[in-house]
Design a protein around this ligand. Sequence first.
Ligand code: ZN
Length: 46
Amino acid sequence: MQTACDHTRTQIIARRDGVDYVECLDCHQVFEAEDLEPVPAEDEEE
Ligand SMILES: [Zn+2]
């Protein structure tokens, strides 16, 4: 796997339903800004 990342550098990439989504500039993981919980980057719905 990859090296552990603390996700200290992030940028907001989207906002939906009052939730900001941020992307880590180091590992490019996408999170919800409020809890830094990883979310699927791709569409969830058909
Ligand atoms: Zn990261």
